[in-house]
Design a protein around this ligand. Sequence first.
Ligand code: A2P
Length: 280
Amino acid sequence: LTDTYTLSNGVQVPIVGFGTWQTPDGDVAEASVKAALDAGYRHIDTATVYGNEVGVGKGLKASGVAREDIFLTTKLWNTDRGYDQTLAAMDKSLASLGVDYVDLYLIHWPNPAAYRDHWQEMNAETWRAMEAILKAGKARAIGVSNFRQHHLEALFKTAEIKPMVNQIFLNPSDRQAELTAYNTAHGMLNEGYSPLGTGKMFGVEALQQLAERYHKSVAQVVLRWSLQHGFVPLPKSVHSERIQQNADLFDFELSPEDMAVIDGLHGVAGLAKDPDTREF
Ligand code: A2P
């Protein structure tokens, strides 16, 4: 759990993170983040739009783990786009989380509906602010989320600093082979939110059979698949026994044949929605 990848600017990222999408704010966010840190996670992922930054921040403090030992990510939401708005949103997130800096700040969405006819310009302006945030030390690394190749190509036209991470919906049903290869080729670490397919992986028979054979849970098999591909899985749970289970991934290895079986499950639980057609 303390093993890390190194981003293009030298920052170290723990290879398994704790996801908080759909975790309610307040006691649940606080308790589950504390449980994750107690279980040994050192990488916590939230976002402004998840609405739980305050609870997540309380969980960090309640754990007693030193701030510098935690890798903390949050994300800029669509309503805060533009240069000045992005700077202000960063400050607001820092205040909500109760921290002086985040380890990673991401643009959450490539093309919000409100900007669909000029998303390129909007992303260029927003990215300029992300670069300023990096230089000011308010984020140790910057990146994007849900970007496809054409969104990245547009961003590269004006970016002075390239994104260090692309966090995408990434699980055996949504393998995203071309995009993950593109991210890697352009120096971006692949992080996967909903690595368990928001829970939809549990009903897949092929995974149940593999889990039985390895004497592991379906969650562990799926998360191990992510790790062996070099993706950073960000499993979410609000139950401490599951939180612990999802971090207990280091005493087995999937064979190349079984990796191929899981790769072959692409599409099994429905494809990720295309960010270009989302209505937010
Ligand atoms: P819960 O939070 O109630 O534990 P994803 O990370 O792909 O978004 O998936 C999260 C979903 O999977 C949540 O519904 C979560 O429920 C559930 N979940 C997470 N870990 C496990 C596990 N080890 N076993 C069963 N369900 C899990």
